[in-house]
Design a protein around this ligand. Sequence first.
Ligand code: SF4
Length: 486
Amino acid sequence: MQRAARPHCERTGVVNCDLRMGKSFDIGLQQLTRREAGARPDVSFAGPLAARGTFFLETFGCQMNDHDSEKVAGVLLSRGYRQVETPEAASLILYNTCSIREKAAQKVFSRLGEYREKQKDGKIIGVLGCVAQQEGEDIFERAPWVSLVCGSASYRKLPEMLAELEAGNHRVTGLDTDTDETFETEMTRRDNPWRAYLTIIEGCDKACSYCVVPYTRGPERSRSSEAILREVHQLAALGYSEVQLLGQTVNSYRDPRPRGMRFSELLLAVADVPGIRRVRFTTSHPSDFGQDIVAAIESEPKLCDHVHLPVQSGSTKVLQAMQRTYSREEYLEKVDMIRSAKRPIALTTDIIVGFPGETEADFEETLSLLEDAQYDSLFSFKYSPRPNTPSLSMNDSIPEEEKSRRLAVLQDKQREIQRVRNLALTGETVEVLVSGKSRRENQWAGYTTSHRLVNFTSQAHELLGTYVHVRVTDATPNSLLGEHAV
Ligand code: SF4
């Protein structure tokens, strides 16, 4: 399973810790247009909804959903809407949903129920994302106060859908999945001033038995390398120094244009854009992970020292039941490839415990895989069945308490591995992109190229957005501690 598809998150690690619930923000159009070159703001629009136009956008799920919300916010802002921090202050309430969590649809309907009365106040309510795609027009039946149901592949059509809503249409849908129009939206309102997400491949052609992504996001479609590089140039001109290429199976990228870039070639081309200092990518599928990607990282320091390579289980028998397309041995060959690189590359993963049929011996194989792989972090989950997935028909026979026990054992083991690996960095000097400032005086935080969180002290007055060197003085399983090395 790729990170974007994680079920029931029980996180242990520090890497890719971008799961945020209910994020909201307010940003002015002036600031947006200053930051987003190449966008086509349509600020002249003055329809009835835009005249009232405030929106509240709540996002659940993964980085791809986060980035989708950035696109949705960009489209709304470009039409003259203003983003607000509470549903009460909004004329348009949008939920960008994730169907990976257990009983996701139920939770969305329960949340929608809370807004039934608000619709009577003239508010317009929309459901976006995976639950919208999964439930489709049934949402109108179960929650007739909802006016918009739109899956991620249709966000490009949001302006037309908004125009329909503004014209008073109460049932607007965008539910196509097999479209190439996924990537280009009018404008993207990015949430982070230094690191930009960029989706390069949408959907998934794999068929992991527990995963709803092929159903909710449709078949795999890659964005052209020309369009990607054009946007990276724009981002660099706007001051972004780190880009993170996104896709459920990002390394399955196939350039649809005659240029025909391989994923590893695209990585190098992105790193070559003046102004870009760090390039990340997530999430990689082990079957499509080749030596050329490691060689690209070895040859280009701007490619970050980090690979997220979800394994899911250490048992070949369970991997087969999951339809993961590789064995334990084949996966470990990829790990060897990464660990043998000329410079250290952090390795992180996803693991599901309690998949149907997982015996104690299978679970022990997963624990021994942790020893072999020496992950720098992992996301771990208890299996639970999802609608529209093949594993739904499998007997989910492992009791919940046993799943919880396995998860706790796994996490304890990984915590110890991380503690040792992080402590080994004590005394080293690492480069940090500073992204946070503590309320405590002189305390700052940021990430290394290996995506380790570093909390450090500095007497400097302003460091946000800069790259600094930090001497590591101590470590915990989830972070490094240090001091600014001036
Ligand atoms: S089906 Fe695709 S998105 Fe889902 S877990 Fe498998 S590789 Fe990842």
